[in-house]
Design a protein around this ligand. Structure first.
Ligand SMILES: [Zn+2]
Length: 216
């Protein structure tokens, strides 16, 4: 488990506060963006061929959240994390890790749900966390303006395999096409935004080469 979880237990409260003032405006913006996004999807056959494989919450057996706050989209940040735990290369082992992380976040940290927006396994699957439309608890100060994407594993000394890398980049591309991510979005590592070694040095060095990376 990420040793920084403990430090971040106050994030839920922060999210709650940040979210209150912007909620009404958000729902209005959401309606028009979602309609535009549907059109973009249908008109883009390249996207249809290349969409990420997302294992939904019901598929991996997520516990229901104890509460949730709507996220205003499009957001402008993608924040990359690692789970700082075991890695997985099969759907069953990745599912087990995701279940354990959710239990840890809810039972130990007392959060309302798994903190991350999405999790990426080295089985090449994306696991839905809070998803596109719910405020996460992943990065202090950025939960209402970004998606937290967590690679399952510890990436201090190695990068995620190509299946995981491709899954993550495909997810991000999908998010721009569907209008969840702003066209001018930027990618950051968790350590750019807080006192943490997350997402591990090798994964951090990797995302620095992504075209939309922008440090602190
Ligand atoms: Zn992190």
């Amino acid at each position: 488990m990420d040793p920084n979880y403990a430090k971040e237990t106050s994030r839920e409260q922060e999210v709650k506060e940040e979210n209150t003032d912007v909620k009404d405006i958000n729902s209005r913006i959401n309606i028009s963006l979602k309609s535009a996004a549907v059109g973009a999807t249908i008109a883009n056959p390249v996207y249809l061929k290349d969409c990420p494989h997302v294992i939904t919450r019901s598929e991996w057996g997520a516990l229901p959240p104890t509460r949730k706050a709507n996220l205003a989209t499009p957001v402008t940040n993608v924040i990359i994390h690692h789970s700082a735990g075991l890695s997985c290369i099969t759907k069953s082992s990745c599912t087990e890790l995701v279940e354990n992380i959710q239990k840890y976040h809810m039972e130990t940290n007392g959060w309302c749900d798994i903190g991350y927006s999405f999790l990426v396994g080295e089985d090449g699957n994306i696991y839905e966390g809070r998803g596109w439309n719910t405020v996460g608890a992943h990065t202090r100060g950025y939960n209402t303006t970004g998606y937290g994407i967590c690679f399952l594993g510890t990436f201090t000394d190695r990068t995620p395999n190509s299946a995981a890398q491709n899954a993550a980049t495909s997810l991000i591309r999908h998010a721009t096409i569907r209008g969840y991510l702003h066209p001018d979005y930027v990618v950051k590592g968790h350590r750019d935004l807080g006192d943490t070694v997350c997402p591990g040095t090798e994964l951090y060095n990797m995302i620095k080469h992504w075209p939309r990376y922008q440090g602190s």
